[in-house]
Design a protein around this ligand. Sequence first.
Ligand SMILES: Nc1ncnc2c1ncn2[C@@H]1O[C@H](COP(=O)(O)OP(=O)(O)OP(=O)(O)O)[C@@H](O)[C@H]1O
Ligand SMILES: [Mg+2]
Length: 225
Amino acid sequence: MIRLRHIYKSYRMGSMAVPVLKDINLHVRPQEFLSILGPSGSGKTTLMNIIGCLDVPDEGEYLLDGQPVESCGEDELAEIRGKKIGFIFQQFHLLPDATAYENVEMPLLYHKIPAAERKARVEETLERVGLADRMTHKPAQLSGGQQQRVAIARVLAARPSIILADEPTGNLDSGSGREIMDIIRGLWQAGNTIVLITHDIHVANEAQRKVYVRDGVLSDREEDI
Ligand SMILES: Nc1ncnc2c1ncn2[C@@H]1O[C@H](COP(=O)(O)OP(=O)(O)OP(=O)(O)O)[C@@H](O)[C@H]1O
Ligand SMILES: [Mg+2]
């Protein structure tokens, strides 16, 4: 499903190239729940952006469902992202003036889903994250955990098969973080592939498998890096 081979990525700072990912090899199987652990600045978000087709590597091969991503143009990448991948971030990125309902509906309008199906999907996903009674609330009228649940409902409404979560509990207290992790585990049990990025070992331990990044190098074993 997700297969990275010999991936390199550096950022250009003036005339210098700063290497960030160095020879990353990673295979994520369908319906696997993987966590990627690593300290701040180790390259986790850079790696997630590549897995999520938000960025492209300088070198190496990325096969997503057998398709080489390097050969895709911008439009194709946007289509892959829209259809296959859902992103959950530390920041909720909700529209402040829109209700929970409208926030979840937004990508469905963009994808031109017909009105009746749109309504069904928005209500179903908000119910699934436990917010049936908060649909007309705006983000400022919701707790942090509830805002993250709206962001997750918005992802689910588009029905992605792969969910990429970058520090999804990073802005939350432990109780709300627990609720979000329960929802993420539920998505995995329902058949989604989950890649969870974190620097918190307790969060990472919820996954089936852990890999570690340090200074842009990936390893299956913590002691190797
Ligand atoms: N757009 C950019 N331009 C230049 N350097 C960048 C850019 N984005 C990231 N970097 C550098 O790449 C390295 C890895 O960054 P990245 O955001 O992937 O780390 P991270 O593991 O996600 O860290 P954190 O846990 O703090 O989120 C850092 O040293 C960072 O300074
Ligand atoms: Mg990061």
